[in-house]
Design a protein around this ligand. Structure first.
Ligand code: ADP
Ligand code: MG
Length: 451
């Protein structure tokens, strides 16, 4: 453990006071590595596991720099932060405001789903820092309501996700209006320069340095429950929540419709539920997440819109009602728990159409998910009849009652040696069957371990 303290990295006393008020005692490993290099003027590609403190790793040095250097270009914004979702933008605005509470620096947010005219008026006041999603910001760039001619930092949080979502054109259009003197910083838990080189080429102007923080994996226990079909999964979900001791749980589905359905199902079962997906209004999304943060609701049912970046204390269980489409998305979903050294558990429901995806993800993570069973709800599905050496189903897929969904398509899961550095210790891929755990005895293993 390093004994470096924040005052050895950050000079501004207002900023140090705010760090203290946040209760941060020591920089995390990613902060330790990134802060000095940002201060030294580098362009960076930073990858470090979920919940490791990446936000402060870019905010602190960027804020230090703008607090230290007066600008000659007061009409221009100084820091621009782009994120894939509105919820993450809002969270970063809050983080920045907390760190700036002893200063006069202003932060503005520009996301879709909110009034354009109001945003334009806000932008006219030249906030030093803007956080937003690429689509709406690109519109403001077209309307010339932004001024990035004196920008010091262009920061892309969850950069790989923005690329996946097809937001690269907007990101590039915005980047073109940013000062050529700026520093560009890209952050994610899954940043693989090969996969995003197209983006890097267009937004990073200088030679970029790569930081890969090599830490032990988060303490997240990963398990799966075999399921026959959607109806069976619904029963499993209700039973799992009933028998588990959790403070807050996030349930991920692959479609908005399914998220809405589970919202109803769990409400019917007397849970206090928040739902977060693309089919509800921005206001509803905001309220849903606020309630979940404040503990007014205990369950968040969400699509992958909630998989990236959200930092919600108390989430100790993540359920994948449908398996994630890729190893990266799986990692981000389960990364909503086990943050900042906390412990967590992830349980995935695996029906026949999730099997190959699950095996691909296990291989990508070099992990084996223990199979759980819930007494009284043990289904017929026991995995494919015949397995290939990869663990995937051999021959024709088994048919189930379940309708084909998009998750049925076998998604390519890339195995990337470099990423594994963030995932943790390699375990030898065993040919032996998965360990089976039966929680007949009151689900003791679901209870939170004492510290
Ligand atoms: P990431 O972006 O890497 O997923 P976040 O930036 O959201 O992680 O940080 C995760 C949590 O850790 C947040 O609640 C944040 O307040 C907290 N945190 C960040 N830096 C520190 C620190 N130096 N000491 C203690 N907690 C920290
Ligand atoms: Mg983050």
């Amino acid at each position: 453990m390093s004994s470096t303290r924040f005052h050895e990295l950050i000079a501004d006393s207002q900023l140090l006071k705010a760090i203290d008020a946040q209760g941060y005692e020591q920089p995390t490993p990613v902060q330790l590595q990134a802060i000095p290099r940002v201060l030294a003027g580098k362009d960076l590609l930073v990858s470090s596991k979920t919940g490791s403190g990446k936000t402060a790793a870019f905010l602190l040095p960027a804020l230090q720099k703008i607090l230290n250097d007066r600008t000659t270009n007061p009409a221009s914004s100084r820091i621009l932060i782009l994120t894939p979702t509105r919820e993450l933008a809002r969270q970063i605005v809050k983080n920045a405001e907390q760190l700036l509470k002893f200063t006069h620096i202003k932060v503005g947010m520009v996301c879709g789903g909110e009034e354009f005219k109001y945003q334009k008026a806000m932008l006219r006041k030249n906030p030093e820092i803007i956080v937003g999603t690429p689509g709406r910001l690109a519109e403001h760039v077209t309307h010339k309501s932004t001024d990035f001619s004196g920008l010091n930092f262009l920061i892309l949080d969850e950069a790989d996700r923005m690329l996946e979502m097809g937001l690269i054109e907007d990101v590039v259009a915005i980047a073109k209006t940013c000062s050529a003197e700026r520093q560009t910083l890209l952050f994610s838990a899954t940043l693989e320069p090969q996969g995003i080189r197209h983006l890097i080429k267009q937004v990073v102007l200088g030679e970029s340095e790569e930081i890969v923080v090599n830490e032990t994996a988060n303490a997240i226990e990963q398990q799966m429950i075999l399921a026959d079909d959607v109806k069976h999964k619904e029963k499993l979900l209700v039973a799992l929540l009933e028998k588990s001791a959790f403070e807050k749980v996030v349930v991920f589905t692959n479609t908005k419709a399914k998220a809405a359905q589970l919202d109803n199902l769990l409400r019917y079962n007397k849970y206090k539920v928040s739902a977060l997906h693309g089919d509800i209004t921005q206001d509803q999304r905001r309220v849903a997440l606020d309630f979940f943060r404040q503990g007014k609701t205990q369950v968040l049912v969400a699509t992958d819109v909630a998989a990236r970046g959200l930092d919600i204390p108390g989430v100790d269980l993540v359920v994948n009602f449908d398996m994630a489409h890729s190893g990266d998305e799986y990692l981000h979903r389960i990364g909503r728990t086990g943050r900042a050294d906390a412990e967590g558990r992830a349980v995935s429901f695996v029906a026949a159409n999730d099997w190959n995806l699950t095996k691909g993800i296990e291989r990508y993570l070099d992990a084996r998910f223990a199979i759980l069973s819930i007494p009284g709800l043990v289904g017929h599905y026991k995995g494919p009849d015949k397995l290939k050496s990869s663990g995937k189903a051999a021959g024709t897929k088994k048919k189930t009652d379940e309708k084909k969904t998009s998750s049925d398509k076998e998604t390519k899961v890339k195995v990337r040696a470099r990423d594994k550095k963030n995932i943790g210790k390699r375990r030898s891929p065993a040919a032996k069957p998965e360990p089976t755990i039966d929680f007949g005895d009151g689900f003791s293993a679901f209870k939170k371990k004492p510290q």
